[in-house]
Design a protein around this ligand. Structure first.
Ligand SMILES: [Zn+2]
Ligand SMILES: [Zn+2]
Length: 180
């Protein structure tokens, strides 16, 4: 019996990895916690986001009449590129208390994947700095100024737009030749 329950609430249940069968839910509800890779939530890495660790979830599921209520929290460690110096650093994502209500699902299998996907996506910051006082990259030579002065002569900021355009050369291209 306990083995069967495990199967019902575990990640390897029927349907998707985060599917629950509502008809077998005890009156007091169930706790559902574990980890799921970002890939299974259909969230991919990009040039400013690395996702080497899974999303942790701790959820409480309860059946209310014909509905399923899901509440709880999600958290994950991710690596994000600093907006100033383009270095990656670790960032802890965590959601507020999330809550989902799936209506008229008694007896059905409900896949929680889409709801959890939206919850964790909202937790990503709009901007990310490796530290509040990140010195960023030198606009002239592209050196990471957190590692010390680059030796470029200090100059007053130019007001000519043409020159500024040149200074804004892709800061990431310098990373190619950089072996850290
Ligand atoms: Zn930085
Ligand atoms: Zn420089």
């Amino acid at each position: 019996m306990s083995e069967r329950q495990q199967e019902s609430w575990g990640q390897s249940g029927r349907g998707g990895p985060l599917s629950v069968h509502v008809s077998e839910m005890p009156a007091e509800g169930v706790e559902l916690s574990g980890e799921v890779p970002f890939a299974e939530l259909d969230i991919a890495e990009d040039e400013v986001t690395r996702l080497p660790w899974p999303v942790s979830y701790r959820l409480h599921l309860s059946q209310v009449g014909e509905d399923l209520l899901v509440s709880g929290r999600l958290s994950a460690s991710v690596e994000l590129m600093c907006d100033r110096c383009a270095e990656f650093s670790r960032h802890e994502l965590s959601t507020e208390d999330v809550c989902h209500r799936y209506e008229n699902v008694a007896g059905e299998v409900v896949d929680l994947t889409e709801g959890l996907r939206e919850d964790i996506l909202v937790a990503f910051p709009q901007t990310h700095l490796c530290s509040e006082d990140c010195a960023g990259l030198c606009p002239r030579c592209g050196a990471n100024l957190n590692e010390g002065p680059c030796g470029c002569p200090e100059e007053p900021e130019s007001s000519e737009s043409g020159e500024r355009e040149e200074g804004r050369e892709n800061p990431f291209s310098v990373l190619d030749g950089l072996e850290l």
